[in-house]
Each structure stands twice: as structure tokens, then as C-alpha cells.
Design a protein around this ligand. Structure first.
Ligand code: ASP
Length: 323
């Protein structure tokens, strides 16, 4: 049997509901321990409680510690797969961070739950068992970091939380899941075309994320200049366009060495240099704005945080964001 390291980080999957107030919060003991005991027929399980945090409390520092723990597990404990339990709110960011940084092709699976441990229809134990099955599967090797919930296997790169409460919240718009988990096993029907990794030592930069809207103007770009930051992601309109009154502010950021990366607020499709009107993607690209490759805003932010540790050169960053 394979040796699988389960790392708990917190989130609803590790929480309990107070039956009187209805409030969901972490408990003294992790309710998942019982589930772990029932998995001795699937893998040789080692469990570790790295954090006990709701996922809105997770920062890139915790993501880097998690990456370190997984790499140490591979180097010193001979683990052959890893499962991370995590709150669902920022799960996709941690999963993508690990996808971009962990220097190994062992299966790494991130899971969570939409219902806490003592709620009717709690999905945590089931998702944890599914995640361990995937981590123990030979077919999961070399596919990058995977996200497993609700019987589906998704890539960290494409998956996103799409619903505030439904247990089928994790979807990969435009691409769909890579495979499914069934009662009998794990079955993949797609394979990712490529994986990129960056061997960074830490995250030292600050990257901001803004969402564009009709009538947005330069004031917000002026206001953020009072905060120290090293890069900006904008969830632009449609194929990568912005209101014209933002153009001078963007030009000034780029002239001051701040990379600006455009993604779209549409959750399908790529941003492209198509429109040449004032604020259009073509004009923005000519100004030096980096057009991303279909990532959503929060993942483009993770990628820029990581790539800024390697380069601040705009042309090199554009190449990395074209992958
Ligand atoms: N708010 C919770 C968290 O992200 C949601 C969850 O875990 O499902 O920690």
C-alpha cells in the first residue's frame, strides 16, 4: 500500500455546527480523525495537523509552509502522495500555488467540504476518502495538483468555486473535470497538456487585484498608489478591455515598473489584443499590459506573486503568462 500524507489546514471540513445558534466554527478536536481510521484498506496513512485555520485566514506564507511540508515529506518520509484538507473559500488559490511550486510529480490532492462535520449530509468524510483514493492512484501521478470534491477530479489550474453553498461548487469552466471517483475506483478521461513549476524560496511581493466595471475611472489607480505593491491584476471587461479613463493610470503604473496583468471577468475564454479603441485590449497591450492565458483573477494573482520572485522583466512576464 502507498504511503499517503494527509495534511489538515482547517476549513469547514474540520468544523462543527453549534446546534443551538447554527454557527459553524472550529472544534477542539478535528472531527476527521475518525474518517482517517477507516481508510487503512486504501493506503498507509500519516496524518498531520499543520494549521487549524478558516481559509480566509490563509496567506501565501501558509501556502509556502504547506509546500515545504509536502517537499519534506517526499524527501525525508518517502511519501508517495499527499492530501490536503482546506477551507473551500481560498482552496483554489492554495491548490494553484502548490501546482506552481512543488518540485515533484507525486499525486497531490486538495479537498474540502461545504457542510461541517455534524450537519445533515456532511460531505467532508466522503471527500476526504475520495481524495485519498485519487492520491493513491497510479494514474494521478504527473497530472499536477488536483482538486477532488463531490466525486470529481479537477486541475488546480482550471478549477474554481462557483457556488456559495452547493456541494457541487467546484467546477472547471471551459474545460470540465479530468476524471471521476466512483464506488469502484478512480477514472481519468483527460490529461493536462503541460505543467510549469517555479522553485521560489519565499513570497516577498505584494500583488493587488481589481475588478473592472462600467464607468470605472482612474481614481482607484491613484488611490492604490498609497499602498506599497509590486504588481496589479485587473479582471477586465470581455476580451480584455477597460474604460478609457483608466488608460493614463495604467500607463503610469507600467512606466513606474509595476507590471499590470489583464484577465477577464468572464469565466470562459482568453483575453486578447482585439479592440483598438481607447481602452481596448490592443491599445493596452501596446502600452505594455500583460495579457493572461485564461486564468481567473485570483489565480493570476498567485502566478504573478510567484513569477515576480524570478523576474520583473515585462517581456519575460508576458512569456510566462502566455503558457
Ligand atoms: N468559509 C469556509 C472556509 O473557507 C468555507 C469552507 O471551508 O467550505 O474556511
Amino acid at each position: 500500500m502507498k504511503k499517503i500524507l494527509i495534511i489538515h489546514t482547517g476549513g469547514t471540513i474540520s468544523m462543527k455546527e453549534d446546534k443551538i445558534t447554527g454557527a459553524v466554527a472550529p472544534d477542539k478536536e478535528n472531527p476527521l480523525h475518525g474518517t482517517t481510521l477507516s481508510m487503512s484498506n486504501i493506503a498507509n496513512i500519516v496524518v498531520e495537523e499543520l494549521f487549524h485555520l478558516p481559509s480566509p485566514h490563509i496567506t501565501p506564507q501558509e501556502m509556502q509552509m504547506l509546500r515545504q511540508r509536502i517537499e519534506d515529506g517526499i524527501r525525508f518520509d518517502n511519501i508517495e502522495g499527499a492530501v490536503i484538507t482546506h477551507g473551500t473559500d481560498t482552496l483554489e488559490e492554495t491548490a494553484y500555488y502548490l501546482d506552481l511550486t512543488v518540485q515533484s510529480d507525486i499525486p497531490i490532492v486538495v479537498t474540502g467540504a461545504m457542510r461541517s462535520s455534524n450537519e445533515l449530509g456532511a460531505d467532508g468524510p466522503y471527500n476526504l476518502i475520495s481524495a485519498v483514493k485519487v492520491a493513491a492512484s497510479d494514474d494521478a501521478k504527473g497530472k499536477g495538483v488536483l482538486v477532488v470534491l463531490n466525486d470529481e477530479i479537477h486541475t488546480a489550474k482550471n478549477v474554481t468555486k462557483t457556488h456559495t453553498s452547493n456541494i457541487a461548487t467546484f467546477q472547471s469552466p471551459q474545460y470540465g473535470p479530468l476524471g471521476i471517483v466512483t464506488k469502484r475506483g478512480v477514472s481519468f478521461h483527460h490529461t493536462p497538456v503541460q505543467r510549469e513549476t517555479y522553485n521560489i524560496k519565499s513570497v516577498t511581493k505584494n500583488v493587488l487585484l481589481l475588478k473592472a466595471y462600467a464607468g470605472m475611472d482612474n481614481l482607484i489607480l491613484q488611490a492604490i498608489r498609497t499602498i506599497p505593491f509590486n504588481g496589479l491584476i485587473i479582471e477586465a471587461l470581455g476580451q480584455g478591455n477597460l474604460p478609457p479613463s483608466m488608460v493614463s493610470g495604467i500607463k503610469s503604473l507600467i512606466e513606474n515598473g509595476i507590471p499590470v496583468v489583464l484577465v477577464s471577468r468572464c469565466f470562459n475564454g482568453f483575453v486578447q489584443d482585439v479592440y483598438s479603441y481607447d481602452g481596448g485590449g490592443k491599445q493596452l497591450k501596446e502600452l505594455g499590459v500583460i495579457l493572461s492565458n485564461g486564468l481567473n483573477g485570483q489565480k493570476a494573482r498567485i502566478k504573478l506573486l510567484i513569477s515576480l520572485e524570478e523576474t520583473t522583466d515585462l517581456a519575460e512576464l508576458q512569456l510566462l503568462f502566455s503558457k
